[in-house]
Design a binder for this molecule. Structure first.
Ligand SMILES: [Zn+2]
Length: 358
């Protein structure tokens, strides 16, 4: 599938943002190093009190150490791995599911996922384990068992579309980490400040200045990262339309919106103390119990959606309009419930549920 020009342009812009992130960060480290060297080189030896001179040097060293700690923490947080509570599905246990995914990969000509994992969200995702480990993982939400096979084929095609964006996938990985990195550090700074009451100078150096800096970098990164996310989503949506058809796209979007309501209902029951050993099954049951009037309201809500700058995905109606323009007839047709693709849905559901409820 041809890569749209806007997508390439977006990657370029993102590279620029990354460069700004890195340059600002390195410049700051350099500045601290330079200031530290200047302070240590100050001649305090003629002071009448050698002990005082030593104390001044010690203080400078401690201060530089504190600033370096504040500045080097981002690297550590950035490289730390994030984990999603997911259950690995083996091809031996679930051969039909693997065959289904491989068929779709063949249809869209995407790389094959190296493994499939199931989660309990009304969602699917394409994941790269880490920046260095390029292992492709397909995450499938078990509540998607309420879709038809054709709808799920579309959703899987969308995720495999992300695999095809592999050139952009590492970049996306970095950008997504950066996007969450700065808020994490800001929250960290705020928390550490509550524990002590340092002097104004120390507070300014290790709290105020880094905070303003982190807020600024985050402010620059976020809108662009989100715009890139939406561009990647549009591109992946074309894969979905090609497999399930432009017509089916709307049905899938509405069904997913309905399922999200069912999931919200289920989770609030769980939080209220209702014990559910199989969350996905409960979500699918809650979905089946929705009234026609409720579903009409969901359709109205989907149709009225708007895309805002801070959204990672375009609004459903924008995606529907965009894929409708493709007028793709679709190649995968099977209206059976997607649950039939699983040999042992209940077991996976129990495992995934115990992971999130633990
Ligand atoms: Zn996507």
């Amino acid at each position: 599938m041809p890569v749209p020009l806007t997508y390439r342009l977006m990657l370029l812009v993102m590279l620029l943002v990354l460069a700004v992130n890195v340059v600002v960060y390195l410049a700051l480290l350099g500045l601290v190093g330079w200031l530290g060297a200047r302070l240590l080189a100050l001649d305090v030896s003629d002071s009448s009190d050698p002990l005082r001179a030593l104390a001044v040097r010690g203080l400078v060293l401690v201060l530089i150490g504190a600033v370096l700690f504040v500045l080097l923490r981002p690297l550590w947080v950035f490289l730390r791995r994030g984990r999603m509570p997911a259950v690995v599905v083996s091809s031996r246990d679930e051969p039909d599911l693997y065959a289904f995914v491989m068929t779709i990969a063949g249809l869209v000509g995407s790389p094959l996922p190296e493994r499939i994992m199931v989660i309990n969200d009304v969602n699917a995702a394409a994941g790269l384990e880490s920046f260095f480990q390029g292992r492709l993982t397909l995450y499938l939400g078990l509540p998607l068992g309420a879709l038809t096979c054709r709808q799920l084929a579309g959703v899987v095609a969308h995720e495999l579309g992300h695999f095809s964006q592999r050139s952009g996938m590492r970049l996306t990985w970095v950008v997504r980490r950066l996007e969450t990195l700065w808020p994490t550090l800001i929250a960290d700074l705020d928390r550490s400040r509550q524990t002590g009451r340092p002097s104004l100078i120390v507070d300014t150096i290790i709290y105020r200045i880094p905070r303003v800096l982190f807020v600024t970098i985050h402010g620059l990164t976020r809108p662009l990262a989100r715009a890139m996310d939406r561009q990647l989503e549009r591109h992946a949506d074309l894969y979905e339309a090609r497999v399930a058809g432009s017509q089916a796209f709307m049905g899938t979007a509405v069904r997913l919106a309905e399922l999200k309501y069912a999931a919200r209902e289920t989770w609030s029951a769980v939080r209220a103390g209702q014990r559910t050993p199989q969350v996905a099954r409960a979500v699918i049951q809650a979905h089946a119990a929705q009234t026609e009037a409720f579903r009409r309201a969901v359709v109205a809500e989907v149709s009225a959606g708007v895309t805002r700058w801070q959204d990672t995905h375009p609004s459903d109606i924008d995606r529907i309009t965009y894929t409708a323009a493709e007028q793709a007839p679709g190649v995968y047709r099977c209206e059976a419930p997607a649950r039939v693709l699983f040999r042992d849905f209940a077991r996976l559901d129990q495992l995934a549920t115990s992971l999130v409820l633990r």
